[in-house]
Write a new protein. Structure first.
Length: 157
């Protein structure tokens, strides 16, 4: 059919087109992650990238409002938010175990934590978060806190 095109030329052309296609596909779906990984390697690329790199290295990942409550910064990454929730739940349970808080006070603290992350109220991670809070509560001496009770805390968010 095409006598001027060899198989080697055809395969090189197909490989080049596939490389371009998949590169564009990866850039389309993973550009934010790629940009943050490059900004952490070389934070002085542009002013915007250096600000992003600085924000990623801050430890609190949130801010205090004028009323004194903690609100999470929307980072776009559910895993970072979940890690923050895990740390905060563990610190509440540690404080509750040290000061012998009542179950209602612990639930109130959990309600405050969950209200700081309204993004996760409709997330697919919500059942896992509920299970984590219930299991950690049981291990910390609050066996009466169940997954259903934690699920009801999301209703107020």
């Amino acid at each position: 059919m095409f006598t001027e095109i060899t198989w080697a030329t055809y395969l090189r052309l197909v490989a080049a087109l596939l490389f371009i296609y998949y590169t564009l596909l990866i850039l389309k779906f993973y550009f934010p992650q790629i940009r943050t990984s490059f900004s952490s390697i070389a934070p002085g690329l542009t002013a915007d990238d250096s600000v992003t790199a600085y924000n990623d290295t801050t430890e609190d990942k949130g801010r205090l409002t004028s009323s004194g409550s903690f609100t999470a910064v929307e980072s776009g990454n559910d895993y970072e938010i979940i890690e923050e929730i895990v740390e905060r739940v563990k610190s509440v349970l540690q404080h509750a175990a040290d000061s012998t808080m009542a179950t209602d006070e612990v639930l109130s603290s959990f309600r405050t934590i969950l209200s700081d992350y309204p993004v996760l109220a409709k997330s697919t991670f919500r059942p896992s978060i509920n299970e984590f809070i219930a299991s950690e509560s049981g291990l910390s001496g609050f066996p009466d806190i169940t997954q259903e009770m934690v699920a009801q805390l999301w209703q107020t968010v």
